[in-house]
Design a protein around this ligand. Sequence first.
Ligand code: FES
Ligand code: FES
Length: 155
Amino acid sequence: MKHEIRFIINGESRSLTVLSQQTLLEVLREDLGLTSPKHGCSTGECGACSVLLNGEVVNSCMVLAAEVDGADILTVEGLATDDELHPLQKSFIDHHGVQCGYCASGMLISAKALLNRTSRPHEEEIREALVGNLCRCGAYADIIKSIQVASRARR
Ligand code: FES
Ligand code: FES
């Protein structure tokens, strides 16, 4: 079955026809070319596909595209503005928060949600915010440091 949906993606209004069985992750990557959310486990366990849906972190592999009609969605492509990286992106680069990078988009999205609600999070709050994001490279210490530094340069 086909569904007509309209939503905001990274600040832009879009309309699409999606199939009942299509996930948000599939539509973002394959129909919109937004490849920052990654296919990891596809079972809601790893967080590689994380996006903000109406300000909340969701695993886009677990959301049907037909459900996002009227929603406001943010992916990592929407973090940078005017050719300038977001402080979180800069900090991940400067403090080695990215190794293979497969988890990075999900980590950035969870970190963005955290900084939206807490300007100067403690380490424990950062750890809690990342509980749904797995890093197979074990770069957690550098990821946490990246978020801590970015929170001081937050915009
Ligand atoms: S790919 Fe969605 S949670 Fe792992
Ligand atoms: S940097 Fe490789 S999975 Fe996290």
